[in-house]
Design a protein around this ligand. Structure first.
Ligand code: KIV
Length: 272
């Protein structure tokens, strides 16, 4: 029996909080287009992140910095059309919220209004407090992001593990508490020691989703292109690849090329 669209219980911020309370882990993946979003939604993913990692995996840039608000809106609109159940979060891109809370509010409203997404994600702690407060005041749910924050890659200088030193770990803990206090509904922690990921998750009431933050967080997020093996030369310790689509697609396309060249395709049955 097929499930009618209206029968599907949508994931909301309330559902996510209840999952944390029950100790039910939250699954989250990135998505950037309609077709992939539809598959991930049907598979039962809880949260889809229209990540600014689209800048890397969709557009081929070296960092997440070049992607624009307009491009994020386009990706978010495409994802939303494929979704019936998942909660869709969209990254505010670099330059659309830092240092200017009015701009931040306008960027978040643009995303929500033009894409139909359910929440936005911003990187940073105390330094973006005013932007987060303004966005929350407009009724837009905000997910925080601490630890390795790729929009600050030129400040860090490397993609190595963050908050290994006591001072940085302490600042991360304070930022996490602040983001919860001012009203963020969830938090992403990227590439930090597992002990710190567990400690922060246990000390907050909001769900904490980790990427390279160990097994003690309330959920996990990965970039879908990495999980499916569409990307090839990226092997961080935290990544589990479930497929090798790079080679699978290459082999299939090689077969198609050879069938076209040999005249094998189309066959009698494949023509009118
Ligand atoms: O843009 C992205 O893919 C992200 C995840 C790494 C959390 O922010």
């Amino acid at each position: 029996m097929s499930t009618a669209k209206n029968d599907i219980k949508r994931i909301t911020t309330h559902v996510l909080h209840a999952m944390k309370e029950k100790g039910e882990k939250i699954s989250m993946l990135t998505a950037y287009d309609y077709s992939m979003a539809k598959i991930l939604d049907e598979a039962g993913i809880d949260i889809l992140l229209v990540g600014d990692s689209a800048s890397n995996v969709m557009a081929g840039h070296e960092t997440t910095l070049p992607i624009t608000l307009e491009q994020m809106v386009y990706h978010a609109q495409s994802v939303i059309r494929g979704v019936n159940r998942s909660f869709v979060v969209v990254d505010l891109p670099f330059g659309s919220y830092q240092g200017n809370s009015t701009k931040a509010l306008n960027s978040a409203i643009t995303i929500m209004k033009e894409s139909g997404a359910h929440a936005v994600k911003l990187e940073g702690g105390a330094e973006i407090e005013e932007s987060v407060r303004r966005i929350l005041s407009a009724g837009v749910p905000v997910m925080g992001h601490l630890g390795l924050t790729p929009q600050s890659i030129y400040k860090f200088g490397t993609y190595s593990v963050r908050a290994k030193e006591e001072a940085e770990a302490q600042k991360l803990i304070e930022d996490a508490k602040l983001l919860e206090e001012i009203g963020c509904f969830a938090l992403v922690l990227e590439k930090i020691p597992a002990t710190l990921g567990k400690k922060v998750s246990e000390s907050l009431h909001i769900p904490v989703i980790g990427i390279g933050a160990g097994n003690g967080t309330d959920g996990q997020v990965l970039v879908v292109h990495d999980v499916l093996g569409i990307t090839k030369d990226f092997h961080p310790r935290f990544l589990r690849r479930y497929l090798n689509l790079y080679d699978t697609i290459k082999t299939a396309v090689g077969q198609y090329i050879s069938d076209v060249k040999s005249g094998d395709f189309p066959s009698e049955e494949e023509q009118y």
